[in-house]
Ligand binder design. Structure first.
Ligand code: N01
Length: 862
């Protein structure tokens, strides 16, 4: 066999390998050598020829989009195509783009070693050839290594044992046979429902029942196809930007917003709509809220009970040990009805586990069953199982298997530290597990192709993810998983299905849009987190951001929520109010009363929060955020009640006038009036007028800072402290954080500028210290200050500069930067548990300053 030197070695001829070959060779003009263990193209669709194998995304979506003509000319015959048709499609693609000539089929890669002197991979294969290449592309797929040797005694069996992924191409005649199927995942369900009518006796060994929902397959009509072709561009765009990569309706409501009757209607529609709709389109909180999830789980169990005649059998088929949707969703075609056939039996392999395979069949802990054929539908060593077996050795002689000893991990699912120029197509920790695979593959290949183009155009030899970036991404994947219910089940998603495999999330559970946003940000920031010939690029913001915040932002994207900067005023206000859904419940031992305070020409509402503590209590006048144009008392009920409890103070939350109806200085006048009213009236509410602090978040923090200045200059009342959470303090600031985080998250600079202009009215107001307190000439004599900033926030630096200016002016000042959080975290306590750190910082700061013992004039902090 001849040895070759090429630009790239590609392993695998499935959806990934074929597109990678097309993109790198046909589009980018690289030389490639591709290897495939099978005798032809197809990958997972080549190997999995078991009866009933078919896709579970509609084929018009579960296919390539990179070539419009290809999409138009391939006429799928069914809504969800069966394996032979998908295999034929992939063969067609191989021919149409002349890909076969780059492949060596029937050939396995046996080792791949990085040569640090030549900066090339040396790849050996079982045909004896040696190929050297600059890039090594792992397109072997997540499901290429099947689970083996689960049961002792397999060789003793006198009948036939078949793993579903090793099904003979010529098929197996099961007519009249006694058949066992072990496993009821996606594969087992497809096999069982397909062979049930043919076989003599079918015995299903089920360890964990699944929440299988109807697939909804049917022939694809000419009308369906014409519609798909007409909508091709729109579908492509919409698919990529929706949670699972298909243009299904978006879930925009919580399951807990609807009555049971309303929920039933929704579930009926999406359960019967087929495919992933039940999980992607019904309610957005199914994957993170156990109470919401239970409503869907109950609905599906009801369907099972209706469809299976024998109530005992129905109960055995009802999943009870995990939430719905956190094991890979499974789909069925008359699966449950198969159990109504007299010759189909179910063995509960959880209460009576399989002990071994015997000469005659299968022995469980209480019985020996006799069979002619045993079908193992027991799954795969999911992730980069194939690559782990290829003897991959990177920089410094490090084995990939050692690198992954504590769990498979890859930056963006594509790159591994210590293995330069090795790229995985949807490797471990990509988002592909929840993302229509052909699209996920195109995205991943395109990212790698672009990265290779970047290397060349910038004269770099090698790209490698930094240690820091790989660690942080791995942590992010875990944090996101922890924000969901996925870790509560034992699944291959978490690596649980292989005994001894370290438990680690093998997927980023954000849905496709956030994963794509992360990759896009990495790319547009010059491949953040990569090292090019030893030059390290810093991390990008979304990767630094706390996983719970990333998951929250992903939820907004999955719903199709408009960015605030694209909203009308009314939409922006409504969007801000919706954040209330993401808060912890309001502490129920805090009493809440509404009152009114006078402003120029009228009154406004003020809400008081009092914890269950003997008074008189200190007072915190708190101004809500909302960019001076939105926000409300209701939205801040939870943060104010929590503040009252944590500080042991009466919190006074005034409803101040908003722009643009009431531009500057209306809000500041109201903010001052509220403190004056509190000083005069707070004793009626159990507060101590001698111990008042002001506080606020975002625009509210700006108001708190302005109030501190104005009360100093306008004769009091005297304040003990000011707490400024993420305050914008200078409308004209030109800071590094503004440049670093122009897109936020949540508050982009575009949005900030728009809100500022509505608030300021006349742009000249920007220089007023009552709008931009950082522009005050004299900051001395102000009350002690706590400035809380978030690491990933455009307002961070102006706030920290202000803290510095206060301290320089002699104001006792504490500045706390909370790492990895973003603007508005304070009001998202339910979504972002680390928001509690802000309350802790405030309580630590205010409690001593507001204590009854401390005189108002005593310096608080050194
Ligand atoms: O494998 P699985 P799969 N004793 O791991 C059981 C994709 N796919 O081949 O749940 C007894 O999901 C195991 O039980 P438990 C899809 O992504 C897609 O079905 O671990 N039972 C489980 O029931 C899918 O998720 C399509 O308790 C044992 C089953 O075997 C992935 O491939 C079609 C056992 C394994 O389920 C893998 O699906 C098919 C033991 N020792 C597959 N060991 C499409 O439609 C395992 N089990 C596109």
């Amino acid at each position: 066999m001849t040895n070759r030197d090429v630009d790239a070695v590609i392993v695998g001829a499935g959806f990934s390998g074929l597109y990678a070959t097309h993109r790198l060779r046909n589009v980018q003009g690289l030389t490639v050598q591709c290897f495939e263990a099978g005798e032809g193209p197809g990958g997972v669709w080549y190997w999995n020829k078991y009866p009933g194998a078919r896709c579970d995304f509609e084929s018009i979506y579960y296919s390539y989009t990179f070539d419009e003509a290809l999409q138009r000319e391939w006429r799928w015959t069914e809504r969800f195509a069966a394996q032979p048709e998908i295999l034929a499609y992939l063969n067609h693609v191989a021919d149409r783009f002349d890909l076969r000539r780059s492949f060596r089929f029937n050939t396995r890669v046996t080792s791949a070693v990085w040569n640090e002197e030549t900066n090339r991979w040396t790849v050996r294969s079982d045909d004896g050839s040696v190929t050297t290449a600059r890039f090594f592309i792992n397109a072997a797929g997540a499901f290429s290594v099947f689970k083996k040797n689960d049961f002792p005694g397999q060789d003793d069996f006198h009948g036939t044992v078949l793993h579903t992924s090793q099904w003979p191409a010529e098929g197996v005649d099961l007519t009249g046979k006694r058949v066992a199927v072990i496993g009821t995942g996606s594969t087992g369900i497809q096999v069982i429902q397909t062979i049930a009518p043919q076989v003599g006796e079918l015995t299903v060994f089920q360890r964990t029942p699944n929440f299988a929902c109807p697939l909804g397959n049917r022939p694809l009509t000419d009308e369906d196809f014409a519609q798909a072709v007409a909508d091709f561009s729109r579908n492509r765009q919409e698919s990529r930007n929706s949670i699972a990569g298909a243009p299904y309706p978006r879930a925009v409501r919580s399951a807990l917003m609807d009555t049971p009757e309303e929920r039933r209607k929704v579930y009926d529609e999406f359960y019967n709509g087929g495919g992933f709709r039940m999980i992607t389109s019904s309610y957005y909180d199914l994957i993170f809220n156990p109470v919401a999830n239970a409503t869907a789980a109950d609905f599906i169990r009801e369907q099972i009970r209706e469809r299976v005649h024998d109530p005992k059998l129905a109960e055995l088929l009802c999943p009870n040990d995990h939430p719905y949707g956190v094991k890979r969703a499974t789909f069925e075609i008359n699966y449950f009805e198969a159990f109504n056939l007299p010759h189909v039996h179910l063995v509960d392999a959880r209460t009576t586990p399989i002990v071994r395979i015997t000469e005659k069949g299968i022995a469980t802990t209480d019985h020996e069953y006799e069979f002619d054929v045993i079908v193992l539908a027991t799954g795969f060593d999911v992730g980069a199982g194939a690559l782990a077996r290829m003897g991959v050795i990177g920089r410094g002689g490090r084995k990939l298997t050692d690198h992954w000893a504590h769990g498979q991990r890859a930056y963006l699912g594509m790159a591994t530290h210590g293995f330069p120029n090795l790229f995985h197509i949807n490797g471990p920790q990509s988002a592909a597990a929840l993302f229509n695979n052909p699209l996920a593959i195109e995205d991943s290949v395109d990212f790698v192709g672009d990265l290779i183009g970047y290397l060349d155009s910038h004269g770099h030899t090698a790209a490698e993810v930094t240690d820091l970036a790989e660690d942080r991404y791995n942590e992010l994947v875990r944090e996101v998983a922890d924000a969901t219910l996925f870790p509560t089940a034992t699944t291959w998603y978490m690596g649980d299905n292989i005994p001894g495999k370290p438990r680690t999330p093998l997927s980023l559970f954000t849905g496709a849009p956030m994963y794509r946003a992360i990759c896009a940000e990495v790319e547009t920031t010059g491949y953040a987190g990569f090292s090019f010939d030893g030059e390290n690029r810093p991390l990008s913001s979304l990767i630094k951001l706390d996983g719970s915040a990333v998951f929250f932002l992903a939820g907004l994207q999955n719903m199709g929520a408009k960015p605030l900067e694209d909203c009308t005023l009314e939409e922006a206000r409504a969007a801000m109010e919706s954040f209330k859904l993401m808060q912890l419940p309001v502490a129920d031992d805090v009493s809440i009363v509404d009152a009114r305070y006078p402003i120029d020409g009228g009154h406004r509402k003020v809400r008081l929060y009092r914890p269950p503590i003997e008074g008189p209590l200190p007072v915190v006048v708190f101004y809500h955020g909302g960019g001076w144009i939105g926000g409300s008392l209701d939205l801040y009920d939870e943060p104010c009640a929590t503040l009252a409890r944590r500080v042991g103070a009466v919190v006074v939350s005034p409803d101040y006038r908003l722009a643009p109806e009431h531009p500057f200085p209306a809000a500041t006048d109201d903010a001052v009036a509220a403190v004056r009213w509190a000083a005069d009236h707070i004793t009626e509410f159990g507060g101590d007028p001698e111990r008042i602090a002001v506080a606020g978040e975002s625009a509210g923090a700006n108001l708190a800072a302005v109030v501190a200045l104005r009360l100093r200059d306008e004769g009091g009342p005297q304040l003990r402290a000011q707490v400024l959470i993420t305050p914008p303090v200078d409308f004209l600031a030109d800071t590094e954080s503004r440049r670093q985080f122009p897109h936020g998250p949540i508050i982009s600079m575009e949005l900030a500028m728009r809100m500022a202009s509505l608030y300021l009215g006349d742009p000249a107001n920007a220089v007023s210290p009552h709008a931009s307190p950082a522009r005050a000439e004299d900051l001395s004599g102000l009350p002690s200050a706590l400035v809380v900033t978030m690491e990933i926030d455009p307002t961070r630096d102006e706030a920290e500069n202000y803290a510095q200016a206060l301290a320089t002016a002699g104001v006792p000042t504490v500045c706390r930067r909370i790492d990895r959080l973003c603007h508005t975290a304070f009001e998202l306590s339910g979504a972002i548990p680390r928001a509690a750190e802000i309350h802790t910082a405030i309580a630590e700061f205010l409690t001593p300053l507001l204590s009854a013992q401390r005189a108002a004039t005593e310096p608080a902090l050194g």
